[in-house]
Write a protein that binds this ligand. Structure first.
Ligand SMILES: [Zn+2]
Length: 140
């Protein structure tokens, strides 16, 4: 199968539809990847008709790279990216070490007369498990 078969299909009036490479049987699935922290394997609880279900007990991370990396930095115009998966236990351990950033974005669209005012507030705080971060959001 040629790489051209992964071209984004544009549907008029309906945005973009992506031909899943997994549907075409040519690439890795998320569950083919192992945890970057402990090398554990993943299974998936996703519906049977999902050809590329997310890993159970793991979080998928994607990156387009960045300036500064000597091995991966996609140009801004490139849609390509890399993927890693980390298990929930390893992610929790890294969060407890202070190695996980939570970027909290608060966007507001207000109308002042004829002018639309957009405000974006961003906070970067240490990430911690779900039950603990609601306070971070209210602090914006
Ligand atoms: Zn792990």
């Amino acid at each position: 199968m040629s790489r051209c078969s992964r071209t984004i299909l544009l549907l008029a009036g309906h945005g973009a539809s992506y031909a899943s490479p997994a549907e075409e049987g040519e690439i890795l699935k998320y569950t083919d990847l192992r945890c970057v922290g402990c090398n554990s394997e993943f299974t998936s609880d996703g519906p049977a008709d999902w050809n590329d279900s997310p890993p159970s007990g793991g979080v998928i991370f994607t990156s387009h790279g960045n300036y500064g990396s000597t091995i991966y930095d996609e140009p801004p115009s490139s849609p390509d990216y890399i993927v890693m998966v980390i298990c929930d236990d390893c992610l929790t351990a890294e969060a407890n070490r202070g190695n996980v950033m939570h970027v909290i974005i608060d966007r507001k669209f207000l109308r002042e007369g004829d002018t639309e005012v957009r405000t974006v507030k961003e906070r970067r705080v240490p990430w911690h498990r779900e039950e603990e971060h609601e306070q971070d959001k209210t602090d914006l």
